[in-house]
Write a protein that binds this ligand. Structure first.
Ligand code: AHR
Length: 499
């Protein structure tokens, strides 16, 4: 099947914020404990952090990480995680019916993140707590010294403030499952007043207000309108969350959910524009897609398990085994984020280690990279710069969630004399014969071509073998300003061109 596509060097979408490739990690399951942190593990460093896991994280070049939750944050006392470890209380984690030892708190997490060159994006508890705790937390984290909380931090051995810029005003506050969930207006007022307090301390803080927990919530998108009407001028981003699955085993419909995500982004973009106009506001609010991933392989089973278990510590929870089908899905979703980088400035894969994660780590054992690690890594490494428009004229399909879905899913990014194209052939059986015209890039040549293809859709990686990984691709060539060649069915390609 022939597909014609075109990019033009002067037709850009937007500069891509590097934080489009951010991540999220929560105190839940084995994400922190026996995920990134496992004192006594043969790979543990002097702080107890696993070097093998850290190396996989480092290789992703993650710009920022959201912490410590998630649902967890809505009943979390951040003060429990500071000071001598022996004195820290064990608490019940009400979100996941687990025990929280508090052996990792803000200072340990900052040590880990700083070592990996990752900026922290901290969430404050607006569920069981409020403005007072949020401002104390920020004072501990960001104030240089000479006050109660900043001097307490210094007494804990951290002389310099962390100067954290990104702050999330709670988590999924519309969700009935959330400790301290609130109606939209009430939450919007609280977010506005919390924003005022946080900005008084850190004027250049970037504040993220909670949108709906997902686009299927009964109050979506009215929630966003009401919340933004209360706080628009004092926030910089509104959060979107969406998890995906293919329980019905309909691959094309699964891929169609990427189009559905485009509609979600459009809808929230419209709400932002509406509120901005209504308030005659001068500032812009962008989208922070701070939880996204595939989550369904073990979702129901896990949900049954954790709702009745007896408050275990660091239990096996949401340890999804990702498939090759998920690789293609994640590649496509990242393409959508690149295409929508005018609106979506921050996006966080949820989560990073063990819990619905690209990296897995067995307790006392090996760490490995799941199938979704690779599209995330390739986008993070090569998807920075300016997003280019890509016009596509090729075969399409209809499915339950979307119509006119292109079999060719493509995005393009330019930076420093390169253009990188990210391509998924979503067709189940047909090879696509690509002709991508590179207008304005007369002397383009291929620098490298990486491909992931040829696996069973349900194939997975594991601790002993990682068969799903990028290989060198062949069969694509640039001829007279056109990138052309055959793309096998169900294949993912990253082609970097020198231009
Ligand atoms: O990432 C797992 C959970 O999903 C988070 O705690 C919550 O914010 C979302 O519902």
């Amino acid at each position: 099947m022939r597909v014609n596509a075109a990019i033009h060097r002067d037709f850009a979408i937007s500069n891509i914020d590097d934080r489009l490739y951010a991540a999220f990690i929560e105190h839940m399951g084995r994400a922190i404990y026996s995920g990134i942190y496992e004192p006594g593990h043969p790979q543990a460093d002097q702080h107890g952090f696993r070097r093998d896991v850290a190396q996989f994280v480092r290789d992703l070049k993650i710009p920022a990480i959201r912490y410590p939750g998630g649902n967890f944050v809505s009943a979390y006392n951040w003060e429990d995680g500071i000071g001598p470890k022996a004195d820290r209380p064990v608490r019940l984690d009400l979100a996941w019916r687990s025990k929280e030892s508090n052996q990792v708190g803000i200072n340990e997490f900052a040590t880990w993140a700083n070592d990996l060159g990752i900026d922290m994006m901290l969430a404050v508890n607006l569920g069981s707590r409020g403005i007072e705790e949020a401002r104390n937390f920020m004072e501990y984290v960001n104030h240089p010294g000479g006050t109660y909380w900043s001097d307490l931090r210094r007494s804990h051995g951290v002389d310099k403030p962390y100067n954290v810029k990104m702050w999330c005003l709670g988590n999924e506050m519309d969700g009935p499952w959330q400790i301290g969930a609130k109606p939209a207006r009430e939450y919007g007022r609280l977010a506005d007043e919390t924003a005022k307090a946080l900005r008084a301390m850190t004027p250049d803080a970037e504040l993220i207000v909670c949108g709906s927990s997902n686009d299927q919530m009964p109050t979506y998108p009215e929630w966003e309108r009401s919340v933004l009407e209360e706080c628009y001028e004092h926030v910089d981003y509104i959060s979107l969350h969406k998890y995906f699955g293919n329980s019905s085993r309909d691959t094309l419909n699964f891929f169609g959910k990427i189009e559905e995500t485009g509609r979600y982004i459009n809808a929230i973009g419209g709400v932002i524009d509406f509120v901005k106009a209504k308030k005659r506001a001068k500032n812009d609010v962008h989208i922070c897609f701070d939880e996204w991933n595939v989550w369904y392989h073990r979702r129901e089973e896990d949900s049954r398990r954790w709702r009745t278990w007896d408050w275990p510590e660091a239990p096996d929870l949401l340890e999804e085994n990702y498939t090759f089908e998920d690789t293609l899905f994640v590649a496509g979703l990242l393409n959508e984020f690149i295409r929508r980088s005018d609106r979506v400035k921050i996006a966080c894969i949820a989560q990073l280690v063990n819990v619905i994660a690209p990296i897995r780590a067995d307790k006392g054992g090996k760490a490995w990279r799941q199938s979704i690690y690779w599209p995330y890594q390739l986008a993070s490494l090569y998807g920075r710069g300016t997003a280019l428009r890509v016009a596509v004229d090729g075969p399409k399909y209809d499915c339950e969630v979307a119509s006119d879905v292109d079999f060719l899913d493509i995005s393009a990014v330019t930076k420093d004399g390169t253009v990188t194209v990210f391509i998924v052939n979503r067709h189940l059986t047909e090879t696509l014969d690509l002709r991508l015209s590179l207008t304005g890039y007369k002397d383009a040549s291929i620098e490298f071509h990486k491909v992931i293809e040829g696996h069973d859709l349900m194939a997975t990686n594991g601790p002993d073998a990682e068969p799903i990984a990028p290989a060198d691709g062949k069969g694509l060539a640039v001829d007279d300003g056109t990138l052309g060649g055959k793309l096998a069915p169900l294949s993912y390609h990253v082609v970097r061109l020198k231009v």
